[in-house]
Design a protein around this ligand. Sequence first.
Ligand SMILES: CCCCCCCC/C=C\CCCCCCCC(=O)N[C@@H](COP(=O)(O)O)[C@H](O)/C=C/CCCCCCCCCCCCC
Length: 212
Amino acid sequence: MAAETFRLQKVLETFRSSLSENKEVYVKYYIAGWQELVTFMNSLGSVFSFISKDVVSKIQIIENFLSGENGSHYATIQSMVTYELENDLVDLTKRGSHPESGCRTLLRLHRALHWLELFLERLRTSTEDSKTSVMCSDAYNESLAQHHPWLIRKAVGMAFCALPGRDTFFEVMNAGDHTQVVALLGESLPLIAEVYQITEDLYANNNLLELP
Ligand SMILES: CCCCCCCC/C=C\CCCCCCCC(=O)N[C@@H](COP(=O)(O)O)[C@H](O)/C=C/CCCCCCCCCCCCC
């Protein structure tokens, strides 16, 4: 079977589809957006496979909830939070009988979405001599790093050194020439930021931002 081709346009479409009219976030499209990003990361080589495996396992956990008998409660992030909290399905302070709740699993992807937003904004405004490894690690240090232990931070730091240059990145995004990629990034970023902010507010209002 031919490997799936990444297109930045598809990421834009899935995150756009994830927002309902009343600004709820559809879980199905949220994880479809992540699936697209995994395709991108897989095309960068096996040095990133420990990262994509983690994302894939989190996507799988959420997909299992979605296709399970209580799947309808997982239609949006909002309904998932209500359902899991009302039914005591979330380990709130320490890991216990619900170590892989939907809320906790999605929180890990949510934090990573912040990294993505910061990184893509750097990429959008970068110049020819900007280094993807520096943009990536600056964005990482400002976001995800504070949630990762030393060992993971070290491994991630090493993986960043293997990142291809800016030109290759733009090429793999598969969205035309540099000007077109920059324009599409400009279109995608507000959507990603909106999805991020809606989720952040929801989690903050329910004291879920530090789930173990
Ligand atoms: C539009 C295309 C351009 C950019 C495309 C980028 C594609 C990026 C795809 C995925 C990004 C990484 C997502 C990482 C999710 C990490 C979730 C997490 O924090 N997991 C940790 C905690 O989970 P639990 O143990 O509590 O269950 C887990 O311990 C982490 C394991 C692996 C390390 C994760 C490192 C994240 C680094 C982020 C930068 C990735 C750079 C990719 C390069 C393109």
